[in-house]
Structures are given as C-alpha cells and as structure tokens.
Design a binder for this molecule. Sequence first.
Ligand code: GCO
Ligand code: MG
Length: 402
Amino acid sequence: MKITDAKVIVCGPGRNFVTLKVTTEEGLYGLGDATLNGRELSVASYLKDHLIPCLIGRDARNIEDTWQYFYKGAYWRRGPVTMTAIAAIDTALWDILGKSVNRPLYQLLGGASREGVLCYGHASGETAEETLAALGDYLKQGYKAVRLQSGVPGLPKTYGVGRGKDHYEPAEKGLPPEATWNTEAYLRSAPELFKKAREKYGWDVHLLHDVHHRLTPIEAARLGKDLEPYRLFWMEDPVPAELQEGFRLIRRHTTTPIAVGEVFNTIFDCQQLIQEQLIDYIRSTVVHAGGITHLRKIASLAEMYHVRTGCHGATDLSPVAMGAALHFGLSVHNFGIQEYMRHSKETEKVFPHAYSFKDGYLHPGEKPGLGVDLDEALAAKYPYERAYLPVNRKLDGTLHSW
Ligand code: GCO
Ligand code: MG
C-alpha cells in the first residue's frame, strides 16, 4: 500500500484548520488534523517542506515504523510543531488502515470498551447567573457533565467566557488581544460559582473547571480545598505544568481531582505526573501528542497508575481530531471523559462526520476509518486568516499565563 501523494489543506471555516490528506496507490486516502492554534502555518510548512517528501513511497501500513522514522529521524525531538506534524501523518495512516479493511477505527484499537464516550459541554457567562442559565440549557440537552467558567467580578474579560451563546472560541482575528487578571478576585469568585450551581441543580451532574495555568501551587491548593465541598469531576490545569514536581504540593492539600496535559506533546511531559500519581486525568490528545500511536502509549502508562484520559476537545482541534479522539476514547480501557466544545456550522459543513451526540455521550459512528471527511471545494471558500489566542496581564501590567 504505497503512499503516492500527501497534501496539506489550510482553511478557515469559522476558525483556522490545517489538514493532511495522504493518498495511496490504491486510491485510498486518510486524513490527519495538523492544527496548532496560532501557529498553524509552521506545522503546514513542517509537513510540506520536510516530512511529505520523505513520506511519499512509504508503505501506509507501517504505522509504528513511520512514527519512529519521523520522531527519531528528525534528530530534533519533541515540541508542539514537530509532534503535531507527526500526529497528522499517524492519524491519516490509521484512517487509511481502517478504510483498507472496511472497519471503523475503534475496532482496530481493541474494539469498543463502552457504549458511548462521556463528554462535557461548556457553560460560561459574564456572571455566575449567566453561567448557571447556560448550565441549565446543557442539562436540557442531556449533558451529564459540564464545565463551568464565569467572568471574574471587576475584570473585563476572563478565560473561558465565550462571545456567543453556543460556542466558545479562544482565538481572535488579527494580532493577540490582551486580557487582564487578578488572582485574588478569581480565588474568591470561583468557589461561589460552584456553590450556586450545586444549590440550583443538585448533585447528579458532573461539574468541571479550567484554571488555565493561572495559579501557583499553593494558590491552586487553596482553590482545590475551597472547591472540595462541591465535588468537582476535575480542576484542570491549576498551574503551568513545566514543573511536574510542583503538583506534589497541590496533591498534599486537596482531594479535588486534577486534570492536566492539553499542551503536552509527548509521554515525557507527563511521566512524573503519572508515575507519582500527582494527577487523575491526562488531557493530551491525538493531534498535539503524536497521534494515535503515541497517545496509546501515554494511556497505557496512565492505566498502571489509575490515571484516566480526558482528551482536549476545543474548537481549535478539527473534527478530524475529534473523530480520532472518539475512536480512541471508545476503545481505551482507562477512558475518563472527552471534552466537547461544539464546532461552528461552517466547520461542520466543511468536515462532514459520522460521529454524533446523544444523551450526554458521543459515538464515533460505524464508517470505515475515522468516519470524518473534508469537502475540499467548500474548504477553499474559507481562506486562512491570521488569528491568535489572547495574552494576559496582571492589573499592574505584568505578563501572566493566559
Ligand atoms: C480547553 C482549553 C482551550 C484552549 C485552547 C488553546 O480546555 O478547551 O484550555 O480553551 O485554551 O484550546 O488553543
Ligand atoms: Mg483547558
């Protein structure tokens, strides 16, 4: 099954996406998501200029060897651009493999370990009341798990608060916008939000929260403690995770479960976190952590240490990544939950897909391979436009994690 062609398709249906399409001599093709929010064109170039010339002519069935070829063969290892490019190739090859045997991908990954993939939606608002109203809407739609984010009183713009009602889109057209931050105000308001949520909606819904790398370990420890009475499913990214041992301090103080890893790109980024049982959920996903091949290795390590998966699923991951995450999530034993930030209508049209949502669960569908396609003619109508994630400053102007 020789690879005869591979091309990179960059489009912007609602937001920017980079997609790799790999074709074999039999005329089968597979897709891989190569989107790295705010750095999209670097991955496109890495693929076009450096990887694709070496990919043509290889046997599409040798997925592990191809992964090692690009990982070890680069000499320069790891990093988000490299690992996203390798992930796109890996995902496309798994898609081709599924199509070549006419099976949905999850059947090649060990089969279904569950009936559906539990997912969480995003309720947000400028005020706690708006966020609670959004939570009510999610419950009506059948969601069993919802992430709550709310504006911080006194701050004009806070992470996680969307512009529209249905979609939270973290990138903005043009150069990076700037937001402000105040840790003390946040630490006071966040527990209040969850208190109100439990008072209004009770205990049957899983509630999640994303701290977005904004605290120090001792601040995160305090937040975790203050949130304990409301029994969160998880507290996400409490601190920047370059310093893995920093999580020891959080762990010593709180039983609020911790999720981390959407910005990780290899197993080495979470090895200590997993082996010391400093986290409960690993958020790395197919597109940014080396594809299905590498993510399975992360999940296997995590399984030994009671850590479950909770893959990133923001709208800056295309439906191709979402499809792959769902096959992975349906099959892997230590699955925990899947993030589901719904794509815009334009995105959904450009990427027709077999996956679907019902009663709080997603299912990848039964189409061969990933079950996600790309309408290239329609994609061409939505050209790339530069967009960036915001940067964040404390009230005195000091740059802070966004
Ligand atoms: C999440 C994430 C996103 C990211 C975005 C960055 O939990 O979904 O934190 O909101 O900020 O995906 O590209
Ligand atoms: Mg996050």
